[in-house]
Design a protein around this ligand. Structure first.
Ligand code: PEP
Length: 250
């Protein structure tokens, strides 16, 4: 099964529009003509417009880091799926561990957001992963099963067609600790199994499961060599154009 890898940048709460322009000025020439993998950059909301303008006509797609599932309404501070689509966003990260940790995002909210993104035609990257205490207590499998089960609840395989998942062990995010390729692979297999239960074997065989957690130019090749790993979700190392280009072109 050949799955085209998805190399995604999560800028978190970094960079203003001027810094976004500077990034694309330097980054686009470094990845021009790179068609082996799909490349996505997910900047903060206020940079989306500039990013979309700058990346127009290139091989780089632009995604958001979150959304709200309602179509419109009195939801101060929120951004709905059609707003993202209308300005040219194609992807959206959902359920990042920082949103779960700091903003009370539950498995149910992740499910609502996923449904909203799919309904609108966006490509969602749904994040799952265990915290250190859960890994140490041998709860990783339970946590991943629960997160997948609840995220995928009441979604048909047809609706879920664009879904991508990112396995991000929380203890590896921004810590410099990376899961070994073997450990990540085992988690990916489990997630693929959950996807098979929810959406069927064929769907699961085509599902892209990204790894995230301190991916860097130095460790990306070993991770991407694993058959189970279909790309990377990159935080810190995606802020620098040279470093993210080196990761994309591992
Ligand atoms: C992330 O933000 O999803 C992430 C994996 O961050 P980092 O690469 O900095 O660990």
């Amino acid at each position: 099964m050949t799955r085209k890898k998805l190399m995604a940048a999560n800028w978190k709460m970094y960079k203003n529009p001027d810094q976004t322009r500077a990034f694309f000025r330097d980054f686009l020439p470094l990845v021009a003509g790179h068609t082996r993998d799909e490349i996505v950059v997910c900047p903060p909301y206020i940079d989306l417009y500039v990013a979309i303008e700058d990346a127009k006509g290139s091989n780089v797609a632009i995604g958001a880091q979150d959304l709200y599932w309602e179509k419109e309404g009195a939801y101060t501070g929120e951004i709905c799926p059609s707003m993202l689509l209308d300005i040219g966003c194609t992807h959206v990260i959902i359920g990042h561990s920082e949103r779960r940790q700091y903003f009370g995002e539950t498995d149910d909210l992740v499910n609502f957001k996923l449904k909203g993104a799919l309904e609108a035609g966006l490509t969602p990257i749904v994040c799952v992963g265990e915290v250190l205490e859960e890994r140490e207590a041998n709860l990783t499998e339970d946590v991943l099963r629960r997160q997948c089960l609840r995220a995928f609840h009441a979604i048909s395989a047809k609706k879920a067609a664009k879904l991508a998942v990112a396995y991000e062990p929380v203890w590896a995010i921004g810590t410099g600790k990376t899961a070994t390729p073997q450990l990540a692979s085992a988690a990916h297999l489990l997630i693929r199994g959950e996807a098979a239960k929810a959406f069927g074997q064929d769907f699961a065989g085509n599902l892209r499961i990204l790894y995230g957690g301190s991916v860097k130019p130095e460790n990306v090749k070993a991770l991407m060599s694993e058959e189970e790993i279909d790309g990377a979700l990159v935080g810190g190392a995606s802020l620098d154009p040279k470093s993210f280009a080196a990761i994309v072109k591992y």
